[in-house]
Design a protein around this ligand. Structure first.
Ligand code: ADP
Length: 308
């Protein structure tokens, strides 16, 4: 990766509170956890961090509370050189928090999110970031902020010819006009089911759901399939790009590593399948470390990993 690409992320920003346990608790049960970790998270922040660590010039529009968690959440992106000019602070809501439990044997997780400040990111806030959006190679959005804010961000980018990638997470039904304005959709299997209503449990059903999404107007669907890698589908092609084999210890944030990395790869001119391979590599490295934002790999790590 040589050139420095420009990416604007309109999305969520929060504090992750995480502990690993020998297994996930069942209802009513208390399980003793291991190490406790606190750090910045949220799909927007994670994807911004992934892109910045891979060398992109990243700008974020987001909303945080004025509480201590807000200060904490903001610190790492600033340290990573991410522009936080459009990260507003509100005293009307707590900073969004995620309570994360990771099964240290199976590397599975359970997550509860208390939305707080992210609900206060409105279309006006996106307008404030307009100049950065217009100067971007790609705008990256997710669905952890109000849908009207996502739609406004997509509208601004679309009207000005700026390419958009929507990671439709968490999964939900999408307004009819959205897929057409979004060049690329990157759902995981659960999110693809939430949008289309079609079950996804193997590569064949993933392709069917992806084709249903293409039928709604977007040009590319890249569906992530966990340890099975990802499926890239366009009207003309279907490519299953396998995952890299690694010792996964925490898959939280894998989809964010993938989305951030793919935006960087596309912005730097890689063709579709190569961009997916690069994103698979970045995501594979992220699952070998504990945490979300802090687990995002650096560009040199990904390059070395792909050639090893
Ligand atoms: P999400 O985190 O949104 O649920 P996935 O679980 O589909 O997303 O993972 C996203 C990407 O992370 C996958 O496409 C793959 O590239 C990578 N990945 C996830 N789990 C593993 C794993 N166990 N080994 C290697 N790569 C993985």
């Amino acid at each position: 990766m040589n050139q420095r690409s420009r990416i604007t992320v309109v999305g969520s920003f929060m504090t992750d509170l995480m502990s690993r346990t020998p297994r996930l608790p069942v209802a009513g049960e208390t399980v003793m956890g291991g190490r406790f970790k606190m750090g910045p998270g949220g799909k927007g922040s994670n994807q911004a961090m992934a892109a910045a660590r891979l060398g992109a010039q990243v700008c974020m529009a987001a909303s945080l509370g004025t509480d201590a968690f807000g200060d904490l959440a903001c610190q790492s992106p600033v340290n990573a050189g991410i522009c936080t000019d459009w990260v507003k602070r509100v005293n009307t809501a707590h900073t969004r928090a995620a309570l994360i439990i990771v099964d240290e044997v199976k590397a599975e997780n359970m997550i509860v999110v208390a939305p707080g400040s992210n609900s206060e990111l409105g279309p006006d806030d996106v307008d404030e970031a307009k100049q950065d959006i217009l100067g971007s190679d790609y705008v990256l959005l997710q669905l952890e902020i109000p849908l009207e804010t996502v739609q406004h961000g997509v509208d601004i980018a679309h009207a000005n010819g700026v390419k958009v990638i929507l990671n439709p997470a968490p999964g939900r039904a999408l307004p009819d006009e959205l897929p057409e304005k979004v060049g690329a959709l990157t759902p995981n299997e659960t999110q693809a089911t939430a949008i289309t209503g079609m079950p996804v449990n193997d590569v064949g059903s993933a392709e069917q759901a992806a084709r249903a999404l293409l039928g709604r107007g977007c040009r590319t669907v890249v569906m992530t399939l966990g340890s099975d890698g990802a499926l890239a589908v366009t009207p003309e092609s279907t490519d299953h790009v396998p995952a890299f084999k690694v010792n996964a210890i925490d898959t939280t944030g894998a989809g964010d590593a993938f989305s951030g990395a793919r935006a960087v790869a596309l912005a730097e001119g890689l063709p579709l399948v190569n961009s997916v391979r690069f994103a698979n590599a970045a995501a594979a490295l992220s699952v070998t470390k504990v945490g979300t934002s802090v687990a995002m790999p650096m560009g040199q790590e990904v390059e070395a990993f792909m050639t090893s």
